[in-house]
Write a protein that binds this ligand. Structure first.
Ligand SMILES: [Zn+2]
Ligand SMILES: [Zn+2]
Length: 218
């Protein structure tokens, strides 16, 4: 019966110049070749991969050193870290700058369709949307002034008000049963759906005063 894996007797003897241990023919001998897939290394040397196992052979002098391997691993790791940046643990965060705290706005709004973002919509601010002092977690916030590219939100955590890029805001409070796909959109995607009146040219100060009528920072 034909063995499942390459028989050890037909492994190469490298000291004898890559000859078969059993046949003394140049390796791979016909018996060994049955079990191997041939490839070519980037250095031009042939390489052989076992069909039914993990072993592989690089015929010819080694084309890289241990230092090359370490360098390549470091480069791979750097690529990965750049693609998936991690934030340091929270005690490394800078201090929060002083900001006035505001009471919770009185209005409430639940989106009823795509593009329906009004003041009072509850959202989550994704990590990276706020100054690093507020950490790298999602923060529950209420939109107080929808806008592009930045919307103004009120944080439930400490009552501070922030200008956040709308693509860092995702809707909160989606229905458990059969939510529409627009619940997954960012606020920026919603706002782009809205007709474009003079949204960007509005006088910001006036609107902000209007949102907190008769209220002062506490
Ligand atoms: Zn052989
Ligand atoms: Zn090579």
């Amino acid at each position: 019966m034909r063995p499942f894996r390459l028989p050890d007797a037909h492994l190469p003897s490298i000291a004898d110049g890559w000859t078969c241990r059993a046949c003394s023919a140049p390796w791979p001998c016909p018996t060994a070749a049955d079990y191997l897939t041939q490839n070519q290394c980037h250095c031009g040397a042939p390489s052989y991969w076992e069909k039914n196992g993990p072993r592989n052979w690089h015929v010819g002098p080694s084309c890289y050193t241990a230092a090359d391997v370490v360098r390549q691993q470091a480069a791979d790791l750097r690529t990965y870290r750049d693609a998936y940046p991690r934030y340091p643990p929270s005690h490394y965060y800078p201090k929060k700058p002083r900001r006035p705290k505001w009471p919770q706005p009185a209005y409430q709004h639940t989106p009823a369709g795509p593009g329906d973002i009004q003041p009072g919509t509850w959202t989550w601010v994704e990590p990276g949307g706020l100054y690093p002092g507020w950490g790298d977690i999602h923060h529950l916030a209420m939109v107080t002034r929808p806008g592009l590219p930045k919307s103004e939100v009120w944080l439930i955590l400490d009552g501070t008000v922030h200008d956040v890029r709308a693509d860092h805001l995702i809707l909160s409070g989606q229905p458990r049963k059969a939510p529409a796909d627009w619940w997954q959109w960012t606020a920026a995607q919603h706002l782009e759906q809205q007709p474009q009146p003079d949204r960007q040219t509005e006088d910001r100060t006036a609107e902000q005063l209007d949102l907190f009528p008769g209220l002062q920072p506490v």
